[in-house]
Write a protein that binds this ligand. Structure first.
Ligand code: CAA
Length: 258
């Protein structure tokens, strides 16, 4: 991998997008590497949480790579968006929990990849925005879809139509960021959150993730039916037996399933 770093410790993979000279902008090569990386992770049992971040202290990801797109044809633009769609869908639907550690600018494709994560923790210098219409294009890595789902249609339209950058506090206020912390504490905060998540039933979490993701894209009744099915499935696990028995025996549960 030329543009990614990955470290695994205590069942947590920290994936760092590493193109600091262009503020970690996403070119096609990086998108392909992200897709391959997420395909690898989704089949691994030794990783339960993924933390996605950008290298350096200035940018998470400053967007798709403008120097690659400037001379791209319509077909190439479409191809790049479809590659990002595949990579980000992998990220969104993998059974592992994904946390974006947003360590600076999250613009365009940067905001978009953070929104494909389950949770966004922002450092206090983070800036979010969708500047695409100022470049004569529209968000193409999921911004028109995921931003509206996360913060509502009106706010998404305002951000996309004005290209306003919002700071971490505003991102928190509108529900785009789950938490804001000083930059020096960003990774430790994400790792502490990861440890808490890993101490719960991993398989149950993956089922809950599936129920939430699928349920948000369907009607309530279908979502509730899916939830009932997955709820039933969770009763087949070691973790369900152990979690409930431990409660009744007034001891700490030893949850292991994935
Ligand atoms: N693509 C390619 N290169 C980029 C980049 C991007 N998205 N963002 C920054 N860079 C490069 C700059 O060209 C610059 O390179 P050089 O040193 O070779 O000149 C380097 O990173 C540092 O950037 P700046 O000098 O601009 O740094 P700054 O502190 O003055 O500004 C910034 C920081 C506000 C993030 C500014 O770089 C910026 O506005 N970047 C572009 C943001 C943007 O428009 N993103 C959306 C891209 S389109 C998109 O993402 C489409 C989509 O939906 C997928």
């Amino acid at each position: 991998m030329n543009n990614l770093l990955m470290e695994i410790e205590n069942e947590v993979a920290v994936v760092t997008i590493n193109r600091p000279k262009s503020l970690n902008a996403l070119n096609s090569e990086t998108l392909s590497e992200l897709k391959a990386c997420f395909e690898d992770i989704e089949n691994r049992k030794d990783i339960k949480v993924v933390i996605l971040t950008g290298s350096g202290t200035k940018a998470f990801v400053a967007g798709a790579d403008i120097s690659e797109m400037v001379n791209a044809t319509p077909a190439e633009g479409r191809q790049m968006a479809l590659l990002a769609k595949d990579a980000f869908m992998k990220l969104e639907t993998m059974p592992q929990v994904t946390i974006a550690a947003v360590n600076g600018y999250a613009l365009g494709g940067g905001c978009e990849i953070s929104m494909a994560c389950d949770i966004r923790v922002a450092s206090d210098n983070a800036k979010f925005g969708q500047p695409e219409t100022g470049l004569g294009i529209l968000p193409g890595f999921g911004g028109t879809q995921r931003l509206a789902r996360l913060v509502g249609k009106g706010r998404a339209k305002e951000l996309i139509f004005t290209c306003d950058q919002i700071d971490a506090a505003e991102a928190y206020r509108i529900g785009l960021a789950n938490k804001v912390v000083p930059q020096a504490e960003l990774l430790d905060t994400c790792k502490a959150m990861a440890a808490k998540i890993i101490s719960k039933g991993s398989y149950a979490i993956s089922l809950a993730k599936q129920a939430i993701n699928t349920g948000m894209d369907t009607d309530l009744s279908s979502g509730l039916t899916l939830e009932a099915e997955l709820f039933g499935l969770s009763f087949a696990t070691h973790d369900k037996k152990e979690g409930m028995t431990a409660f009744l025996e007034k001891r700490k549960a030893d949850l292991t399933d994935f």
